[in-house]
Design a protein around this ligand. Structure first.
Ligand SMILES: Nc1nc2c(c(=O)[nH]1)N[C@H]1C(S)=C(S)[C@@H](COP(=O)(O)O)O[C@H]1N2
Ligand SMILES: [Mo]
Length: 222
């Protein structure tokens, strides 16, 4: 992080935003009480947007590609640490998926470019006891997914969006994309992927948000 990234005025403003979102969780805001079939493209309570909102904790860390690293460790046979060149030298995939944010906006057809989670799993080989994955980010944010969800074919460690480098505000240089879950599981400014036997709820999960976050079950809050 550089100096201008330290939580300052914006950080203080976002404290309020975080408190508001915590209250939403407590009050069960936006819940329709209706589950939907996965064949429905738009999950219950969501509305479509064409623009792409930015959500963060008040800090958008500056991580130039020459200092960016991704560490993959924990309950794996082959831990690894990639710098930018090594990451970009891995087999690349393109995957189009929809975004569903818990604040009720959805955005269809986002084309992500990067390394697939399935490829990463084949490289690092989770140990038999590994059941959970914790994503750590450069802004201090964390979020958790099950190993089963992480292993879905559309999960991408993404550096590109619509054929362009992922912008800093949206988590560049590298973020995770987990399309089957609310977007808070898709960690921006990805720094570390930790495999674990036990679960470890992340930033929003300990603040009243659902541990899994399946939009079709309306898993907004815990
Ligand atoms: N590192 C990090 N990742 C994060 C967040 C964050 O604050 N920090 N916010 C999450 C939330 S709540 C959402 S909705 C999405 C927002 O991504 P976007 O700004 O690209 O729309 O990022 C998720 N990933
Ligand atoms: Mo969110």
């Amino acid at each position: 992080m550089t100096d201008d990234d330290k939580p300052g005025l914006i950080g203080a403003i976002k404290e309020k935003l975080i408190a508001t979102k915590e209250k939403w969780a407590k009050d069960g805001r936006l819940l329709t009480g209706q589950a939907a079939e996965r064949s429905e493209r738009l999950p219950p309570g969501q509305r479509l947007v064409k623009d792409w909102p930015v959500l963060d904790l008040g800090v958008q860390p500056s991580v130039p590609t020459d200092v960016w690293r991704l560490d993959v460790d924990g309950a794996v046979v082959n831990p690894l640490s990639w710098g930018w060149q090594e990451f970009m030298a891995q087999p690349q995939v393109d995957d189009v998926s929809d975004i569903h944010c818990v604040t009720a906006w959805s955005r269809y057809d986002n084309r992500w470019t990067g390394v697939s989670a399935q490829y990463l799993l084949a490289l690092v080989q989770p140990r038999p006891e590994a059941r959970h994955v914790v994503l750590h980010a450069y802004d201090g944010y964390t979020t958790n997914v099950t190993l089963e969800n992480f292993a879905a074919p559309d999960v991408v460690i993404a550096h590109g969006w619509e054929g362009r480098p992922l912008s800093r505000e949206h988590g560049g240089p590298v973020r995770l994309i987990v399309p089957q879950y609310y977007f808070w599981k898709s960690a921006k400014w990805l720094k570390r992927i930790e495999f674990r036997a036990d679960d470890k709820p992340g930033f929003w999960e300990v603040r009243g948000y659902h541990n899994e976050g399946d939009p079709w079950k309306e898993d907004r809050y815990s």
